[in-house]
Each structure stands twice: as C-alpha cells, then as structure tokens.
Design a protein around this ligand. Structure first.
Ligand code: NAD
Length: 523
C-alpha cells in the first residue's frame, strides 16, 4: 500500500499527519506531520536566519559537525537502518548497504571542501588591470532545497545533503512521503543529539510540501521522476532559481560476443535486480550479440533461480532483495510485463506477483522489441528484458533509441571495443564490465542526458560549487588618489587615457604612438 493514503484535511487547528506503511506486510511503520506551505515557509525562515553563522564557521568548522553526525549515525546504525527496512520492505542486505554512502560522501566532502571552496586568484587580463588583485570567491546559496525519492531513504539524501551543508548553505530537505522515517530521524539527530547549528531541516509531507520547498529556497536539488522533475524545473525557472534535476533512466546493458559471460550474468543480476530493480541507474534492458545470446540467457536463468526474495529479519542476510516500495510501482511492472506478453514476449522466470505483500519476483523476458513498454519506459522493478542483436552497431542504435540517457554498460574482453561502444552511447555515465558503479566515483559527475536530467551531482569540486554563487572580488594593490577615468573629465586626462589605450592595446608601433590610418593602412 502506498504511504500517505489517509490523511485529514488541513483545517489549521491540529497538525495533519500521514501514515507510512511497510510494503512487505502493510503494517504501519510510522506517522509524520503533513506540513503545510505556511509551515514550510516558517521552517525555511528559521534555517535562513542560522545560515550566516554557519557559513562563517568555514569548511573545517563545518566538517567537524558533519563528522560528529556521521559518528552518531554509525553509533545508531541498527536503529536507523531498522527504520529504512520498515518503511521500504527491503532485504536486510539491501538495507544495510545504505550507510556506506553516508560514510563515503561525508568523508569525501569533509576532507576536500577546504580545497574545493578555496578563493581563487586570477591573473589580470591586461596591463590596465595590473594594479588589481582579482579573485573568485565561492559563496553558498543561503538556503538549498533537497527533494528525494523513496528508493534509498537514507542514501539518497546523503548524496546531496553533505556537499550542500559543506558549501556553507542551510539545507531544507524533503524526503519522499513513502519512506520519510529514517531521514526525519537523521535530521532530528543533527538538531537534537550532536549540538550542531540549526541549519538542517526536514519538511515532511506529500507533493504539495515538496512544491512549498521549491517556493522557499534559493537553489533546488531534485531527485525523482521525469514528470515531477519537469514541474520542479518549470517552477524554478519562474522563480529564477537554479535547479539540478536527477531523473529517471532506462539504462541499456550491451553484452558483446567476447565478454566474460559469467561476470556479465553477475552484473546483469546485480545491476537489474539490486533493491528489487528500484534504482535510477538499474540495468533496464539487455542487448546481447547473437553468438553468445543463448549461453547468456541460459546462465542468467540458472543464476536468477538461486535468488531469495523477502524482507528477512534484521541482521540475518537470508534474502537477496525485498518488496516493491508501493502498490503503484508494482502495478506498473505488472502492466509492462503483460504488455510485453501481449506483443509476443516470453517469460522465462517470475512474471507473477506474490500472494501477500508487495513482492514481485525476478522476471526475465525474451523475444522483446522496441514496440514494448518494457523496452521504452522506465520500469523501476525486478525485470530483465533481453534482446538478441546482430552486432555492436545494432546494439548501439537500439541503446540510443530512448528518451532517457542516464547510464549504460558495455561488457567485452576488449578495452578498445568497450571504449568505442561506450563513447557511442548517448548517456551521462558509462561502465565497462560493471554496472551502476559510476554513481559512486565522487571525482566523476553523475547526471542524466536527454530526459534523465539537468546538471549533475558529485564530479569533485563541481559537486560542492553547484551550491555556491561565484563572487568576483577586486581589490586595489596600489592605492592612488583617484583613477584616470574618474570624473571630472578634462582634455589633458582624456589625451593621456587615449595615449595609454593606444600604447598598451595596439599591435604595431605606428598606431601605438598615435598614428591613424582612416583609409586602411597595412600593419
Ligand atoms: P517522484 O517524482 O514521484 O517524487 C520525488 C519527490 O518529489 C518526493 O519527495 C515527492 O513528494 C516530491 N514531489 C512530488 N510532487 C512535487 C512537486 N510538485 N514539487 C516538488 N516536489 C514534489 O519520484 P519517486 O516515485 O519518489 O521516485 C522514483 C523516481 O526517481 C524514478 O523515476 C527514478 O528513476 C528517479 N530517481 C532518479 C535518481 C537519479 O539520480 N537520477 C535517483 C533515484 C531515483
């Protein structure tokens, strides 16, 4: 069942709440306030007023608070991961990996922010500016909004909040209404447990709360669907604030005939089925060169048959992946599978939802083509549709035949082929002989092309500078009583200015010394 289905209307008297349900068994995992736009605006104002002091702490001062927060998370990891599992219905293995992102992102930006944010001195462009010191200063937006989806309740905000905080901005987060519990607890930890300045807020609620966040901040980092991302981008344009949009994907996996098939099969399973396929950079469609197609499919069917599905008890690691997060998402997967079957596809594994809970089994589809929704629309579920292709040219053509361009992977024994095919793909992130790992290489940018997004996260210093405005800073090295071009004008000052312009700016001696050639004149 989707979260937030039952919530009383706002009447201004009592705080309205929404329910969060565990998709594995439908039980109530928690309740949180459904914040009104007025409440969001008030929270934004509080965060904004705490921001100047936060910025003044400098990157090293801010890093101390982020590292304290990380310690607090890791000291309370079982409780917080327990919330992640309850609200998402994941397996314990898929759940417990979420803290890794927090550890890595916080450590990376805490360590590198002083270097990334350092003022930059620039050389004057010409002799007239030699008396000036030129610098670029990076000043944060006062309030950054971070809106996240439901697929990684802890890891998703942890990708964007640490660099935003480290930039010196205050941050107003909005977790998905489907899975807000763990993140709300993380924000409570920041504000109540570690003595950090009150510059991190959590607006809980449904879509209207998210829209109110966009209306309250100076820069918006959004992760979610293309549909909502487009609405956020339009609103940001109306408000003239920058938006960074990380949206959906339909990542192709290309298996060439010289690939290590066992590794490729392992990669397809991990890339396609991790987190029940609910990853933006999941393998969503597979193209296999004809000579290895049969072997690939048969190995994949064998290995998928060994997978265990369910929400296993905390700490047990007895299943690989768990539930779909919402009934809507599960129904979308069912519709795509039915559409494929109606158009001639065959189901080799799975294909039917479990009797209880929002579980959909790993489903391999063959005899698929691009008339089917499963090859064109984002699935966000545990399906692996596989298509046989004649050669790498056909694979590239089909891979690029998509409105999405988030990521993709190429599997081959030849580095040159991997590079050639990878470079031909119209997508923001490519892996050769791996899947999804490009997202977690922080020196590299992660961002979608085409409908998959606008802007990017990470990418070394770009990942923190995106939360900053550039301030041009000019100071006089040599102080004189006045400048030649200041008022009042006089013929002698004007003459001297003209002589200087010519002497320093012309390219031949005759013009440097004031000769004019109204009819042309060669150099
Ligand atoms: P969604 O777009 O429905 O919701 C995302 C967030 O936006 C939620 O917090 C929601 O409450 C909020 N929201 C809804 N309406 C809003 C509005 N009008 N203004 C502002 N905020 C609003 O997405 P979802 O279903 O939660 O997540 C799944 C999608 O996220 C998939 O398409 C997936 O590919 C994408 N995703 C992308 C990345 C990436 O990095 N590219 C990562 C993870 C997920």
């Amino acid at each position: 069942m989707a979260a937030g289905v039952e919530h009383p209307p706002h009447d201004g008297s009592a705080a309205a709440e929404f329910e969060v349900r565990n998709p594995a068994d439908g039980s109530i995992a928690g309740r949180l306030p459904d914040m009104t736009p007025a409440e969001v605006a008030e929270l934004a104002q509080r965060l904004r007023s705490a921001q100047p002091e936060w910025e003044q702490l400098g990157p090293r001062g801010r890093a101390r608070h982020l590292l304290n927060w990380l310690d607090w998370l890791m000291d309370n990891d079982q409780r917080i991961l327990g919330l992640v599992q309850q609200e998402s219905g994941k397996s314990w293995g898929d759940t417990s990996i979420e803290t890794m992102v927090a550890v890595e992102v916080i450590n990376y930006y805490a360590k590198h922010a002083p270097e990334f944010l350092a003022d930059q001195t620039r050389r004057p462009h010409g002799p007239a500016s030699l008396t000036k010191k030129l610098e670029v200063l990076y000043r944060p937006y006062q309030l950054v909004g971070v809106i996240t989806p439901w697929n990684y309740p802890l890891a998703m905000p942890m990708m964007d909040v640490p660099p935003a905080l480290m930039s010196g901005a205050a941050v107003l987060t909005k977790p998905s209404e489907v899975t807000p519990l763990a993140w709300a607890e993380m924000v409570r930890g920041w504000n109540e447990e570690i003595g950090a300045p009150p510059v991190l807020g959590c607006a809980t609620g449904l879509g209207a709360t998210g829209a109110a966040v966009v209306d309250s901040v100076d820069m918006i980092q959004f992760t979610g669907s293309v549909r909502t991302g487009r609405a956020v981008g339009i609103r940001a344009a109306e408000r003239l604030i920058p938006a960074s949009l990380e949206l959906g994907g339909k990542d192709p996996m290309i298996v060439l005939s010289d690939a290590d098939l066992d590794r490729a099969v392992g990669g397809a399973i991990w890339g396609g089925l991790f987190n029940a396929g609910q990853s933006c950079v999941a393998v969503e469609r597979v193209y296999v060169e004809a000579p290895v197609y049969d072997a690939f499919v048969s190995k994949l069917v064998d290995r998928v048959g060994e997978l265990r599905q369910g929400m296993d008890p905390q700490g047990s690691f007895t299943t690989e992946f768990g539930a779909m997060a919402t009934a809507t998402q599960l129904e979308l997967v069912e519709r795509q599978v039915q559409d494929a079957v109606d158009k001639g596809a065959r189901i080799l594994t799975g294909g039917k939802r479990a009797d209880t809970g929002l579980f959909y089994p790993p489903t391999i589809l063959v005899d698929v083509d691009h008339t089917m929704a499963c090859m064109r629309e984002e699935t966000f579920g545990p399906t692996l549709p596989i298509m046989k292709v004649a050669d790498e040219k056909e694979a590239v053509r089909l891979a690029n035949d998509s409105e999405y361009g988030l990521g993709g992977s190429v599997w081959t024994g030849s580095a040159a082929r991997g590079r050639r095919v990878g470079r031909a793909l119209e997508a923001g992130g490519i892996c050769v002989n791996n899947a999804m790992v490009n997202v977690f290489q922080f020196p590299l940018p992660h961002g979608g092309w085409k409908s998959s997004g606008l802007g990017s996260r990470f990418g070394g210093r770009d990942g923190i500078l995106k939360y900053c405005r550039k301030q041009a800073f000019v100071s006089e090295r040599v102080q004189m009583g006045g400048e030649l071009h200041w008022y009042p004008y006089s013929p002698s000052k004007a003459r001297l200015t003209d002589q200087m312009i010519r002497l320093l700016g012309m390219h031949d001696w005759r013009r440097r010394f004031g000769r004019r050639f109204p009819d042309g004149g060669r150099r």
